[in-house]
Design a protein around this ligand. Sequence first.
Ligand SMILES: NC(=O)c1ccc[n+]([C@@H]2O[C@H](COP(=O)([O-])OP(=O)(O)OC[C@H]3O[C@@H](n4cnc5c(N)ncnc54)[C@H](OP(=O)(O)O)[C@@H]3O)[C@@H](O)[C@H]2O)c1
Length: 346
Amino acid sequence: MCENDLIYMRRCLNLAKEGLGYVRSNPLVGCVIVKDNHIIGEGFHHAFGKPHAEIEAINNVKDKSQIKNSTIYINLEPCSHYGKTPPCSQSIIDVQPLRLVIADIDPNPLVNNKGKEILEKAGIKVDVGLCKNEHRHLNRRFYTFYQKNRPYIILKWAQTLDGFIAQKNQQCIKWISNDASLQLVHKWRTEEMAILVGAETIRCDNPQLTSRHWYGHNPIRLVVTNSSNLPINSNIFNDQAETTIFYKNLIKQYPSNIDLVKIENDFLGSLFAYCLEKNIISILVEGGASTLDNFIKRNLWDEARVIIGSNIFGNGKKAPIIDEYKSFDIFDLEDNKIIHYYNDTY
Ligand SMILES: NC(=O)c1ccc[n+]([C@@H]2O[C@H](COP(=O)([O-])OP(=O)(O)OC[C@H]3O[C@@H](n4cnc5c(N)ncnc54)[C@H](OP(=O)(O)O)[C@@H]3O)[C@@H](O)[C@H]2O)c1
């Protein structure tokens, strides 16, 4: 390891974060090109379908001949296959750096060590493993998808101080979360590929499930129902975002823009198979309690974000209980508390 390797890799990770919410099923990657201890170019993967970080960084170097004998830092192994863009490993070979420092090998079987091998065969020294844990945490959605064959699951709900998610007469979430928390939830929505709720939440609250209070994309709306009894004028049937319904018994006709998926035996099995097919690498599960319990009971969740309001309902629908987790953090947002539980290994 060289003296300033850590500084440059941390810079890569900071750049990589900028892509959150835009790279979709791709990893968050940053790249820094260093010559004589000066950054001569840097870049990150901005959005799905756009150039990868290393291409951005190379393109940002004014005089490309300067890259010869430089060190290139990237937090993920360069790709070796044709996807939406040509392979980055060849573009790196073309500019002839001396050394490459990468945080980790790509878990995607299409790449997995192949990029590293191609670069080494071309005579470039490749060092792997610097800031691996930070990189894996940043890319926890991507690693979960390829290593656990399922999307990264984030559970989210708002509860009162006395532990209820709704009143007996079914007043909705807005009575618990303050305006700042509602806006934060909309930001969270832009960061994930899909959002899931149970049918009872659609019947009680008629939510839009969009990110309208934050800039960024609307996630795909997923709804689970046994009965398939969803009011036909529900907001989820508007054209603000895609909607998919997972059903057991189909009793009514839905608008033609709605995707329908039959639950074969087990809901989570059907959900995960659908996500693998569609490259949906993360889901924000927003309730209600019985939908959240599907994941908690089987310990199939990675994060839980719980908003605790300052009010008391006295009775109503009980909030889920998380009693096993690896770590947590907590912060105040005006009169709400936000608790963030981590259950994952990244
Ligand atoms: N405070 C919060 O953060 C928050 C968030 C969301 C909702 N809420 C509140 O929570 C209440 C609703 O919660 P809830 O627990 O009663 O209901 P829910 O989880 O919203 O919906 C339950 C329904 O989802 C379907 N479902 C769930 N798991 C299923 C599975 N494995 N297979 C097939 N279908 C499945 C069933 O639909 P069918 O009945 O159609 O068969 C079930 O009745 C509402 O009052 C809402 O306002 C609060």
